[in-house]
Design a protein around this ligand. Structure first.
Ligand SMILES: [Mg+2]
Length: 265
């Protein structure tokens, strides 16, 4: 497979938690915010997402156009990073969730269609440089396209350029399934970049925003994909603990799926 290298698996882990970054771990989607602030704006972005959901446009091509609209408007990469460092926050339950997973030996891996340098920059601001350096990120990358190589102009580099997703998130989950001791696999996501991962985790958490929006939830309902709708990482932690500490099966957790947000979206 061409593109960026495949990361190492956590072969001895009993549980692995993989999560989308934008709008799932963060309080809002950084690429949406960037596009709405510096690029072609919210209306065109939402129209693109609808086409992706319907299957009329690849996520990769939609996302490339979003980012091109930012770069073409004259916004260099550093100013984009800074905008996001100033405006993106964490899900209120994430740090407690992350600490608990760390104490219990559960790898938490960020699986993102965003660009790794932006995710690192935002994470450093939110949790500090030392902690940010320890968090594993599987994402796309960036290439500076100006002659000086300073990021005056830039474009996204896909992890899986041949995939219509640009980064096929299922490739971060599926290899775990053939391990001799397959871990229990959790995945959390919220949007069109997560459609590729939706069918491959043992428990899929669909995060629903405060206004009820969740393209991933819509997709799961339409496609009949079992999932647990959640509003935040505090609810996710409760469910992960049910499996890890309480001994419930993943099927039980999905069947319960009774967080308040389940009926609101
Ligand atoms: Mg997202």
């Amino acid at each position: 497979m061409s593109g960026l290298p495949q990361p190492e698996l956590h072969k001895d882990a009993k549980y692995v938690f993989l999560s989308d970054w934008d709008g799932t771990i963060t309080d809002k989607d950084s690429n949406d915010f960037l596009t709405d602030t510096y690029g072609f704006g919210a209306a065109q972005r939402k129209a693109h997402n609808q086409k992706v959901l319907k299957g009329d446009l690849h996520f990769r091509d939609s996302f490339r156009e979003m980012l091109l609209s930012v770069s073409d408007n004259g916004h260099d990469f550093e100013s984009c990073k800074e905008l996001l460092r100033q405006n993106i926050g964490l899900d209120p339950g994430f740090e407690t969730f992350y600490s608990w997973c760390k104490e219990n030996g559960i790898p938490v891996i960020i699986v993102s269609s965003g660009m790794a340098p932006i995710i690192r920059a935002v994470l450093e601001k939110l949790v500090g440089e030392a902690e940010a350096a320890k968090i594993e990120i599987i994402a796309n990358d960036v290439k500076y396209t100006d002659a000086e190589g300073t990021g005056k102009t830039w474009e996204i580099v896909w992890r899986h350029p041949e995939s219509g997703f640009g980064h096929d998130k299922s490739q971060s989950i599926i290899p775990y399934r053939s391990l001799e001791n397959k871990p229990t696999l959790f995945f959390a996501g919220d949007g069109v970049s997560d459609l590729s991962a939706a069918r491959h985790a043992d428990v899929l958490f669909t995060k629903v925003a405060e206004d009820g929006a969740s393209d991933l939830l819509k997709f799961c309902v339409r496609e009949n994909i079992p999932h647990v709708a959640v509003a935040n990482f505090s609810q996710i932690l409760e469910d992960v603990q049910k499996v890890v500490v309480g001994g419930e099966t993943t099927a039980q957790v999905i069947a319960e799926a009774n967080h308040p947000t389940s009926t609101s979206a």
